[in-house]
Ligand binder design. Structure first.
Ligand code: AHR
Length: 518
């Protein structure tokens, strides 16, 4: 199959990748496509929940947002925070809504009305068809409160808290398997911030207690809030020295932004994510070796995204205590979407050890989905690479070594212009390649060698996200300004297939998904 080839730029840059169905990294984990709903800004209120909105269902959930969450392909949602959880009393959010207290949320300097609590969120999660990842408060609270919320949500019946859940309308337990032991307790900004020693002891005793109640829970100990934390690495080491035997995961959080107009470094953000993952895998394995343990600790990358954090840090939180204020409603552009697509490439590449991940967050707050109160919901640019990756990454992740030209970045040194990962679904025979071109000026022609798959593969789909204006965004008034287009229809893009493989011409600053089928 041959499409028109239009090249922009002066030089023809070339890259090559050879794929082999026998070179399997790991199965694609469905939990890689997690998201995050925090009681923060307008993520919950006027995000997922807005009674009175024209699209609201009988429970007050916006069905337009539910439809977009399904289209996004989200499989799991972390809840209820985030920094919020470190001061949260979960029991404020159960029982008759009119009796629920209004509280100060110190993390985001706002008022929490508690109209939505775990029972409402569990209903939303069922409608969205997502697994819940539940975070307990280990900032201002401890073992007992973690046990209490566990008893409320997971104990079948016949105890004080399980009967309260049943009285509140949920006869069956929610069966939440994946639990975060607090949030970012390495960060001085966190309510109840702790040293690694203090947190490691608390995480271990909370984990032991939770597992006495339900041995097959999967527990996530807090790792570092970012790779620039002064305790990066040593925090994980100390925490795991205490909690290794009783947790399954250590968390990673990373947010990326373009600093001082340095687009080249920003486009290479996945280099930092790779480094983050490799460092924490090595740290966890070193602790395992010291403890003479056969067990491996996996990584839960349960907050990742593009976030213009420096703009937020330069703008103080609102002086007034308001309900659901507009907080960090970043508007994303084409470059941001290419970076998000590349971060998913990095997460997939590490599927042997990163077995859970959550893009932060789902709606309005640094989110792929935006809403207006009483108005429409729309897809930000970053929605598109996430949705297509979640839909197409099936089966096994393949080792994907790209032979690519490189460029110099100020933050990460030399970085390849082309980065990619491929999946192969043995059930259908489909092979999918997710690939970015980080060049700001040149198309790159990528040869995809598929000889190891034999003959009979043909191109089923090749879509690209790019734009002449890398700052182009989607807005309420122009919600589809940036979207996916067939690669071959884009100036600078082309797809040519022959028996040995496919040649893709990737426009500058672009993300592409290529699916081949039999
Ligand atoms: O996602 C926004 C915030 O980023 C979360 O509340 C916190 O955990 C992180 O610092």
């Amino acid at each position: 199959m041959t499409f028109s080839a239009l090249h922009k730029g002066k030089h023809m840059l070339r890259a090559r990748v050879a794929l082999n169905p026998a070179a399997v990294v790991a199965p694609v984990n469905r939990r890689t496509f997690g998201s995050f709903v925090e009681h923060m800004g307008r993520c919950v209120y006027t995000g997922i929940y807005e009674p009175g909105h024209p699209s609201a269902d009988e429970d007050g959930f916006r069905t337009d947002v539910l439809a977009l969450a399904r289209e996004l392909g989200v499989t799991m949602v972390r809840y209820p925070g985030g920094n919020f959880v470190s001061g949260y009393r979960w029991e404020d959010g159960i029982g008759p809504v009119e009796k629920r207290p209004r509280r100060r949320d110190l993390a985001w300097r706002s008022i929490e009305t508690n109209e939505v609590g775990i029972d409402e969120f569990a209903k939303w999660a069922q409608k969205a068809d997502v697994e819940i990842m539940y975070a307990v408060n280990l900032g201002t609270r401890g073992v007992q409160e973690a046990l209490d919320v566990h008893e409320y949500v997971n104990h079948a019946e016949g105890t004080e808290l399980s009967e309260r859940r049943r009285a509140n309308g949920a006869e069956k337990p929610y069966g939440i398997k994946l639990w975060c032991l607090g949030n970012e307790l390495d960060g001085p900004w966190q309510t109840g911030h702790k040293t690694a020693e203090e947190y490691g002891l608390l995480a271990a005793s909370t984990a032991r207690a939770l597992k006495s109640a339900e041995p097959d829970l999967e527990l996530v100990a807090c790792g570092s809030s970012s790779s620039v934390m002064p305790t990066f690495g040593s925090w994980e080491s100390t925490v795991l020295e205490h909690a290794y035997d009783v947790v399954e995961y250590v968390s990673c959080h990373a947010y990326y932004e373009e600093h001082d107009g340095d687009l080249g470094s920003f486009l290479a953000s996945a280099v930092d994510m790779d480094h983050f993952v490799n460092s924490i895998v090595a740290t966890a394995d070193a602790v395992g070796a010291r403890l003479k343990s056969k067990k491996k600790i996996n990584l839960s990358f349960d907050e990742w995204n593009v976030w213009y954090l420096s703009r937020f840090q330069n703008a103080p939180l609102p002086a007034e205590w308001g309900v659901a204020p507009r907080v960090i409603e970043d508007q994303y552009n084409v470059a941001d979407a290419v970076v998000v697509g590349n971060l998913l490439i990095s997460l997939l590449r590490h599927s042997d050890r990163v077995t859970a991940a959550c893009q932060a967050q789902l709606v309005n707050v640094i989110a792929p989905i935006m809403t207006e109160p009483g108005g429409p919901a729309w897809r930000q640019t970053i929605f598109h690479p996430f949705a297509r990756t979640a839909a197409l990454a099936k089966g096994d992740v393949l080792e994907t070594r790209v032979d690519s030209p490189a460029y110099e970045t100020a933050r990460y040194g030399e970085a390849p212009l082309v980065d990619a990962v491929a999946t192969h679904d043995p059930a259908t025979g489909d092979v999918t390649l997710f690939v970015v071109n980080r060049s700001q000026s040149e198309s790159v022609t990528l040869t995809v060698d598929l000889t190891a798959f034999g003959t009979g593969l043909s191109v089923a789909e090749s879509v690209t996200l790019t734009d002449d204006d890398v700052r182009a965004s989607n807005t309420k008034d122009e919600p589809d300004r940036v979207t996916l287009r067939p690669t071959a229809d884009i100036p600078g893009g082309a797809v040519t297939a022959d028996d040995g493989g496919v040649t893709l011409t990737l426009p500058s600053v672009s993300w592409t998904a290529l699916r081949l089928t039999r």
